[in-house]
Ligand binder design. Structure first.
Ligand SMILES: [Zn+2]
Length: 401
């Protein structure tokens, strides 16, 4: 049985130990078991510690059948029995800040809103708790955040120890322990008593700060996202940099950013509308020009034109305008590019069905499309030149007349 040094001293991050077992997981990952360890194995919502054992990188620590397995990046040399071990202390302290922050925030939600926590996830970037309440407001969250940060400022003592059943029965626990033996209670003086196997600092001040980032409703409950300590400071730095960049780009003070962005969005909308109007006008001129170049086929006037990289929307508008200019007009328009696009339209006197002509033409490139007898559009990726497709459309039309 490995002696759990992390329960004796949560701050221990360099220690010497003896290797008692070497093994290999089913996937080939080597691991060692030590006679004592300060490496916390993944559990109780807290991710495992990382670091080195005998200079070899520890990539994962897990409790498997009462055995703490330290999985290694490479096998430890055979002669290494007594080994020097070192935790990635920055990682461990960050996890202690987040985990303790979670205890405090969960307790604050329970105290002020009667909303107990039933799920906790300590992620790489943020931490979440799921609390039993269907809805929270900004004001509620502000109050909870204030209480949590007051507990941090007061530097309440945190103790973690195994208690016997009689002692346990007398404690004001928020939730009942999931184990019946060896129950470990993490107590925040006069505030919170919680069954927990994690590592915690000596006082709440070490959490630094608790900042709620947001919340969302999940099946009648609420998920709260937050960060603590160093993560909160780093996030504030990131947001400050971002805001400074925005105030420079938009040439306004931070407080005026929403107003300035609103103004710019309004200008953009106006410009888009003006551009749209101009484009419709231009397409009208283009349609007129193309219509004068129409080629006669029986009683009809064919406008067949190939473009490069023209949008489907443009092609459609243009085809419709050509069809509207003369009742005998037929527009066969195509655009080449990464994708071949076709739009066919007919004037009021034309009997030929544009969707049928399109279908036959698209068959050449195994393309897809749709539409009706008046207007049809489609496309495909086939390598055939669009001029060839247009010629085929004219030919198909001719056969149907
Ligand atoms: Zn805990």
């Amino acid at each position: 049985m490995t002696e759990k040094l992390y329960y004796k001293d949560a701050y221990l991050h360099e220690f010497a130990a003896n290797v008692t077992k070497r093994g290999c997981e089913a996937d080939g990952q080597p691991y060692v078991v030590l006679d004592k360890t300060a490496f916390y194995p993944t559990g109780g919502g807290q991710p495992c510690d990382l670091g080195t054992i005998g200079g070899v990188e520890v990539v994962d620590v897990e409790l498997v059948d009462e055995e703490i397995r330290h999985r290694l990046a490479s096998p430890l040399p055979e002669e290494a029995i007594a080994v020097a071990c070192a935790l990635d202390w920055q990682r461990r302290f960050d996890l202690m800040q987040q985990h303790t922050g979670q205890h405090i925030l969960s307790a604050a939600f329970d105290d002020l809103l009667d909303a107990p926590t039933f799920s906790f996830h300590l992620g790489k970037e943020t931490v979440t708790i799921d609390i039993k309440i269907s809805e929270v407001t900004q004001q509620m969250v502000d109050q909870v955040e204030q209480l949590a940060n007051r507990i941090v400022r007061e530097n309440r003592q945190i103790t973690a120890r195994f208690v016997d059943p009689d002692e346990l029965a007398a404690m004001p626990l928020r939730k009942q322990p999931t184990v019946t033996e060896d129950v470990r209670i993490v107590a925040i003086d006069q505030f919170d008593y919680n069954p927990c196997g994690g590592t915690h600092p000596k006082g709440t001040a070490e959490v630094g700060m608790i900042k709620v980032l947001g919340w969302e409703r999940i099946k009648g409950s609420t998920r709260i996202e937050f960060i603590c300590g160093q993560r909160a400071l780093a996030a504030l730095g990131e947001k400050t940099r971002l805001l400074r960049q925005l105030t420079q780009q938009l040439a306004c003070q931070e407080a005026l950013l929403p107003e300035q962005v609103g103004r710019l969005l309004g200008v953009q909308k106006e410009l888009e509308h003006a551009l749209y109007e101009q484009n419709i006008k231009l397409l009208g001129y283009e349609a007129q020009e193309l219509s004068t170049e129409a080629i006669a086929l029986h009683q009809y006037r064919i406008v067949s034109k190939a473009f490069e990289q023209r949008s489907m929307q443009d092609l459609q508008r243009l085809a419709q305008q050509i069809a509207a200019l003369h009742p005998d007009n037929i527009a066969f328009l195509a655009s080449s590019g990464a994708k071949t696009q076709l739009v066919f339209a007919r004037g009021a006197n034309v009997q030929a069905m544009m969707n049928s002509v399109l279908k036959e033409t698209l068959a050449l490139i195994e393309g897809k499309g749709g539409g009706n007898p008046n207007l049809a559009q489609g496309g495909g990726v086939g390598g055939k030149p669009v001029e060839e497709l247009l010629a085929h459309a004219v030919h198909t039309l001719q056969n149907s007349l």
